[in-house]
Design a protein around this ligand. Structure first.
Ligand code: BGC
Length: 504
């Protein structure tokens, strides 16, 4: 049956987002090779986390955590109950644009310190001890999840390599972000010690390992949200810069920073919309994988593709009109949640899509045919993002050699709006796993994926508690079970254990 010129244009745009099975196999080979090369040297990918063991679910303790990585800042206290469950109490704040872009290190970290102060005051009030009455070692430990590319040189030290996801505060690059935060806390006499620094993916891996109900080995923590990245368990002997180091497990979590793998575009698919997104981004030439996969960029890819669809079909009779205040006319004006809504609209009338076009995108007088053309474009962008995500996961599966180990199943902890809410994301991602000969359907079926809710905060708290114990030289043979007794913190800050609901 002949298709309409509008549908034909939509299909032509969609075809520019094709990423076939052979493309996937080539990309996986390249990712594995780049991961091995990245491990051998110092660089901006494959960064050791200095966390050498995964939790097993029996850990107990309570700790503060701060999580920054997108437009929101979260401050939380996490209590681990020792039975794979936890309680979390948290404050979420939007980081103002003028703090995220063009401000100073002092402004940004001062803002974070103030939020810690507000959290303590709101939740623990007069029970928060004064710095005047405490020695530094009695200050409350805090884990800092910092979801940007940083070079980690110890569990409590890391210098920012570059910003992404729209952040741009030049004075932070090259500085130790733990020290910047500690200085601002100290200036305000807040009785908190930042004891650990972690990427959100390391936190996700730790959290899934702590909470995973099946008891399967967790091999990877992956984030598919505003940004994308993964952390996995690697043999210490394979990590070039640390190969002579010893740890009781012989392993270390590695933050792959896969968002930047193949920045030279040897295997990543590229079309004119990708080029435009990169050129107008705050970091042209970097994080090219992330620019095709993550929530921060998919809305912009969609905006450019729909504008192109409108331009290509402006003389046709679909009569959709774009209001002058439409988000389609504003750079980075579109939330990826809109793509999820359109992808999930399975009703033949496409009424939800038409409502979304009108109410959220300012596109009036749409027909079902126009909505269908838009949906074709959305599907192509979302499907490619999911299949590329499958490339990164497949590469880690091969790199970790987990399929040649005896276990029947493996666990992957995942977090982020795309994997949680984008319809069909996991299905398309799994499609790539099956297309890789070394994994195939049998391997794919052995890989279990589960949400690591609150992974960034809980993981940072887990790591901070371990780091704190290490510092106190009370750690038992490198096992994560050596967490401080919650009462030791409760005695210092008696209200902390009384955290509200929201348990996993
Ligand atoms: C950052 C990573 C982070 C990921 C997911 C990327 O932009 O570079 O460090 O893990 O986003 O939040």
């Amino acid at each position: 049956m002949a298709i309409s010129p509008l549908a034909a244009e939509a299909q032509a745009i969609a075809a520019e987002f094709d990423f076939g099975a052979e493309d996937g196999r080539r990309a996986v080979r390249k990712f594995v090779a780049q991961m091995s090369a990245g491990l051998a040297k110092d660089g901006d990918t494959m960064i050791p986390s200095y966390v050498t063991a995964l939790p097993d679910g029996t850990e107990k303790g309570i700790c503060l955590a701060v999580d920054i990585g997108g437009t929101n800042l979260r401050v939380c206290s996490v209590e681990l109950h020792g039975d794979r469950t936890f309680t979390i109490k948290q404050n979420k704040t939007t980081i103002p644009h003028n703090i995220r872009v063009g401000s100073t290190a002092e402004n940004l970290f001062g803002f974070i310190a103030e939020q810690v102060e507000i959290f303590l005051r709101d939740n623990y009030g007069s029970h928060v001890p004064s710095t005047a009455t405490l020695s530094k070692s009695d200050h409350l430990p805090l884990g800092f999840t910092f979801s940007f590319t940083f070079n980690q040189t110890a569990i409590n030290r890391g210098t920012l390599i570059r910003w992404d996801k729209g952040f741009d505060v030049p004075g932070v690059i090259g500085k130790d972000v733990i020290q910047l935060l500690q200085d601002e806390l100290d200036k305000r006499n807040i009785p908190v010690r930042v004891t650990a620094l972690a990427n959100d993916t390391v936190g996700t891996l730790m959290t899934r390992s702590y909470t995973s109900p099946g008891g399967h080995k967790c091999i990877l923590g992956a984030v598919f949200g505003t940004g994308t990245n993964g952390a996995y368990v690697e043999k210490l002997s394979n990590i070039g810069r640390l190969s002579s180091r010893k740890s009781p497990t012989g392993e270390m979590m590695v933050n792959t920073e896969w968002c930047s793998i193949d920045d030279e575009l040897a295997v990543l698919p590229t079309n004119s919309y990708d080029d435009a997104v990169d050129k107008t981004s705050s970091n042209p030439g970097y994080t090219m994988f992330e620019k095709r996969v993550s929530g921060y960029y998919l809305g912009e890819l969609f905006r450019l593709a729909v504008l192109d669809l409108l331009a290509r079909t402006k003389h046709q009779a679909h009569v959709a009109t774009v209001r002058s205040d439409s988000a389609l006319l504003q750079q980075s004006g579109i939330d990826t949640a809109i793509l999820s809504t359109i992808e999930g609209d399975l009703d033949p009338s496409l009424q939800a899509t038409r409502n979304c076009l009108k109410e959220q995108l300012g596109v009036e007088h749409t027909t079902t045919e126009f909505a269908s053309a838009v949906r074709t474009v959305v599907h192509a962008i979302g499907r490619r993002a999911a299949r590329l995500s499958g490339v990164a996961i497949a590469a880690v599966v091969l790199k970790s050699e987990c399929l040649s180990q005896g276990d029947s199943h493996f666990d992957i902890g995942v977090e982020g709006s795309l994997i949680e809410h984008y319809p069909g994301f996991e299905r398309h991602l799994r499609g790539i796993l099956r297309e890789i000969p070394e994994i195939g359907q049998t391997g794919e079926e052995r890989i279990h994926m589960g949400l690591a809710n609150d992974g960034a905060g809980v993981g940072a708290a887990l790591i901070a508690m371990v780091a704190d114990e290490e510092e106190a030289e009370a750690k038992q043979n490198g096992r994560l079970v050596a967490l401080p007794d919650p009462t030791s913190i409760a005695n210092t800050c008696p209200q902390i254990p009384v955290a509200a609901a929201s348990s996993s």
